[in-house]
Ligand binder design. Structure first.
Ligand SMILES: C[S@@+](CC[C@H](N)C(=O)[O-])C[C@H]1O[C@@H](n2cnc3c(N)ncnc32)[C@H](O)[C@@H]1O
Length: 312
């Protein structure tokens, strides 16, 4: 992907997620499902719906499938692997991607992995990765025959985006200082908030203690903030669940994000943060004084956030 349209790549935040980061997030989610959500098979449990809203080349699902299939093997359940792939991995793992190249790669990579596990694809099987803009739900009503397949893809993507109950949202949302996604839907979600299932009100990221932030809030328009907001909303709607993201780390301490931090603390019972630093803009250094390298080829420091909401 490095050679593919470099400007577009930068603009849309297309960077591979390093494998150790993906391993860490996927394995954390797998253990949390077992420990706090009563899912003895973790990611291999049929009742676990997973969404990667910025799937890129599919690395999170690639590792998730390996972890899920490995769990079955470890528990002596090899006999159900074929059914598990057909009825769970190909049904309950949803991904969204805005660019065609990573979208195609994610399909090819995941198909290849499952075939290595001797899965034989049937005509109606598909990897549930859709070509769509996660932050712009749009209903398509065209009935032109040659557009039928695209229309159908968009209709299903919208249905998952807005209505499908999701227990786990994970991934690596794009890095883009100023978002091009300024649609009303995501803007309302950020600014107006919504009502939780228990009737309490979420005020959005532009208020703190019920009062407007009263400052220029340009950083709240970053795409990564919008993806966190979308993931939070999905889990709130479901009433329980986990978000596992690696993102820009500025929401951790920048004063502009106090409304966002308050809102996240209201939605989730437990929040684990692993700050990986690497902020060249702040000239961060390691404790021993050596250069603090970023895990990506970017200047912005990053952090892994694991957010857990339980029903209790
Ligand atoms: C940091 S990359 C994810 C990399 C992925 N985890 C991997 O290892 O290949 C972010 C991805 O989000 C996609 N993206 C950016 N904006 C998007 C949007 N609004 N909706 C859906 N996908 C988007 C980019 O095209 C890119 O592939």
């Amino acid at each position: 992907m490095n050679y593919y349209e470099p400007e577009k790549r930068k603009h849309l935040g297309v960077y591979y997620t390093p494998r150790p980061v993906v391993n860490f997030i996927v394995n954390s989610v797998h253990s949390i499902l077992k420990q706090y959500f009563d899912k003895p098979l973790g990611l291999a449990d049929d009742s676990v719906n997973v969404l990667d809203p910025a799937i890129g080349t599919g690395t999170f699902f690639w590792i998730s499938f390996l972890v899920a299939l490995g769990e079955l093997k470890n528990q002596g359940l090899q006999g159900i692997i074929f059914d598990k792939i057909r009825d769970h991995l190909l049904k309950h793992f949803y991904g969204f991607e805005i660019l065609i190249t990573p979208y195609v790669i994610s399909h090819l990579k995941l198909i290849d992995l499952l075939q290595r596990w001797h899965y034989i694809f049937r005509n109606d099987d598909r990897i549930q990765v859709y070509l769509t803009n996660t932050l712009e739900p749009s209903e398509v009503h065209t009935l032109l025959p040659f557009l039928r397949e695209i229309t159908e893809e968009s209709r299903i993507a919208n249905q998952i985006k807005l209505r499908k109950p999701i227990l786990v949202v994970m991934g690596n949302p794009p890095y883009a200082g100023l978002s091009a996604n300024k649609g009303k839907w995501i803007d309302d979600l950020l600014k107006k908030g919504y009502t939780h299932a228990d009737g309490t009100k979420d005020d959005g990221y532009y208020k703190v203690d019920g009062k407007p932030l009263g400052e220029r809030k340009l950083w709240l328009q970053d795409d990564y903030v919008k993806f966190i907001r979308y993931a939070q909303w999905k889990i709130d709607k479901n009433g329980e669940g986990i978000v596992g993201f690696i993102t820009n780390h500025s929401y951790l301490d920048n004063p502009t994000f106090r409304g966002m931090r308050e809102s996240l603390l209201q939605s989730f019972d437990r929040i684990y943060i692993l700050n990986l630093h690497g902020n060249a803009l702040k000239k961060e250094k390691c404790p021993d004084g050596s250069k603090d390298e970023n895990v990506f080829d970017i200047k912005q420091g990053v952090a892994i956030g694991i957010f857990i909401k339980s029903k209790k």
